[in-house]
Write a protein that binds this ligand. Structure first.
Ligand code: SAH
Length: 348
């Protein structure tokens, strides 16, 4: 049995052909699914015999909402979603004036080991398939009763560590039979897996690439992110230049500000030297504190000073609005507390 959401329209058409069915049936099936109908039995324009055949070969996996937390301070809603194999992940919906944005997870857990991040604490369990990532959007849309217009691949997991599935997911949500979400409304965030950034540049996509930099030099970055031992900042910047040249797209650099670690004016100055002349945008994020480490959020004075320094130099910078702090919106915190609860109940 396969999750039908893992098939592109073309692949489902081929399946129809191999099963002596008309290819237009593929589109009919997806029309139902995208209208939030996830039971083959209800697809009343599909002949019963074909519905039976479909049910023998496929299931439609939209993950179940196990827990839903709504922020009191803003329009953020976080879902703990469960897949049929018992694994859980997090998906966050953020409502902005310009539309609804969903932050999807690409792996169950993560193996990148960033020190400030809760998603990586138990390592990676497995990759999510393209259909499983897509299912997060279908579940979110149904739950909020509104269309999703922006996608950020910034939930748990490293998207470039699950390259093929993530690419397939992007192509499906972008297609007109799918969710028809424009590539410019999709952002992929990576901790900087350099060879995959080069691969991505060749895909002919117009998505936004976000790099989790968090430090202007390798020495400091190595203390925060193990991936820095593998690829230097210089290599990342070279890969970004290539991405810009191939796609003409502006790169976003994410920089989580940690008190006393990377939030000083010297680091801001170093960052300016690093990024000068590059087609980019910096997104400052006061770090979300998690109980598993001692990193503290930078003070608002330091955040402001850091911001002003970059802006004064002419680097386009934003301070990420802290959405959903009251609902554990930092990567992986909800899943962690769910797993911990489960273990406590089991007496582990
Ligand atoms: N693996 C990808 C995408 C997932 S993390 C990446 O590294 O980009 C999404 C973003 O949230 C990254 O910039 C990550 O560094 C950041 N992040 C993770 N935990 C955080 C925390 N506790 N506080 C602030 N930012 C955090």
């Amino acid at each position: 049995m396969l999750n039908i959401l893992d098939l592109s329209l073309q692949e489902l058409k081929e399946w129809m052909k191999e099963n002596s069915e008309s290819q237009f049936r593929a589109k009919q099936v997806y029309d139902w699914i995208y209208k939030n109908n996830w039971d083959f039995n209800d697809m009343n324009n599909i002949p019963v015999a074909l519905r039976d055949k479909l049910m023998k070969s496929f299931y439609i996996e939209v993950p179940k909402i196990i827990e839903s937390l709504k922020s009191t301070s803003d329009d953020t809603e976080k879902f703990l979603l469960g897949y049929r194999d018992g694994n859980v992940i997090e998906t966050v919906v953020m409502k902005y004036k310009h539309g609804n944005s969903v932050c999807v997870s690409t792996q169950i857990g993560c193996r990148m080991g960033c020190r400030f991040c809760a998603s990586t604490i138990g390592g990676v369990v497995r990759n999510l398939s393209s259909g499983e990532i897509l299912g997060q959007i279908l579940a979110s849309q149904k739950a909020i009763g509104e269309r999703i217009s922006n996608i950020v691949l910034m939930g748990s997991g490293e998207p470039l560590d699950n390259y093929e599935n993530v690419l397939k997911f992007i192509n499906i949500v972008n297609s007109d039979y799918g969710l028809n979400i424009g590539q410019r409304h999709i952002t992929l965030s990576t901790c900087g897996i350099v060879p995959k950034i080069y691969d991505l540049a060749e895909e002919n996509l117009q998505i936004t690439l976000a790099i989790s930099l968090h430090s202007p030099n390798d020495v400091l970055r190595k203390t925060m992110m193990p991936i820095a031992n593998r690829y230097s900042i210089e290599e990342i910047i070279e890969a970004c230049k290539n991405y810009i040249q191939k796609t003409n797209r502006r790169i976003t650099f994410e920089y989580s500000l940690v008190k006393g670690i990377n939030d000083g004016i010297e680091q801001a100055e170093e960052l300016i030297q690093l990024l000068r002349g590059l087609l980019c945008h910096v997104n400052l994020i006061p770090v979300n504190e998690i109980k598993e480490n001692s990193y503290e959020k930078a003070t608002s004075d330091n955040v402001k000073a850091f911001y002003n320094k970059l802006v004064d130099f002419g680097i386009e910078t934003t301070i990420r609005k802290e959405m959903g702090a009251d609902i554990n919106a930092a990567c992986g915190q909800l899943r962690r507390s769910y797993l911990e609860d489960k273990n406590t109940k089991k007496g582990v």
